[in-house]
Design a protein around this ligand. Sequence first.
Ligand code: 9D3
Length: 243
Amino acid sequence: MKFHVLTLFPDMIRDGFQTSITGRAVEKGLLSLETVNIRDFSVNKHNRVDDYPYGGGAGMVMQAEPVCRAYESVAARLSAAPRVLYMSPQGKVFDQRMAEELAKEQELVFLCGHYEGIDERVLEEIVTDEVSIGDYVLTGGELPALVIMDAVSRLLDGVLHNEESAEFDSFHDNLLEYPQYSRPEEWRGKKVPAILLSGHHANVERWRREQSLLRTRNRRPDLLETANLTEEDKKFLAKAEDL
Ligand code: 9D3
């Protein structure tokens, strides 16, 4: 997968991406990241890329021409027209299903806005997907682009260790995860649940499933609507109404 990011803050993207698991995946050659500084495509002698909004109002608008030229500098080197993801509070809200769809692409272009937005005319020309990461207000599209690149990267072959990728299955059930414990057996007077020390694998698995069910019902009841529940799961939840 090749990520290309059009932004006024390339350092923020590079710094965020080149650490940890995604950084390791770049070193292994599984991923690549190119940042394109939109300011390098300014058509103005002062290197400006924004101007006042027609019709008035607060803030500044990023101009169409520098954004379009930044995009063309990437597209010129690609054989097919890539998907271009515009990070925007007006976009479709990103989720795991979208991450799985995006992970099928060879190249992804991210367009990060700042100020009050980008001239609509260039968006109409180049954007294929408008994406938000949730209903809260940030200062720009850079963190959302990093969030999406992170979620997509971990789905690609070889990016996670095999042990880590087995964990995919649990999210597919649409349930929250059960609680985890490690040594010591007692910490500041708090004991590890006895069943986890019993060595009885089937009982441990049942207890973990029940914990997942209870947590999901109590914290994210919306997820239960689409969860894959067995008859045994449903019986348990009915009986555990007050837990
Ligand atoms: C004037 C109205 N504001 C919207 C509430 C303007 C505005 C605020 C913040 C426009 C852009 C931004 C910067 N945010 C993003 O670029 C952004 C974002 C976000 O703020 N939340 C969740 N997802 C995203 S994706 C891009």
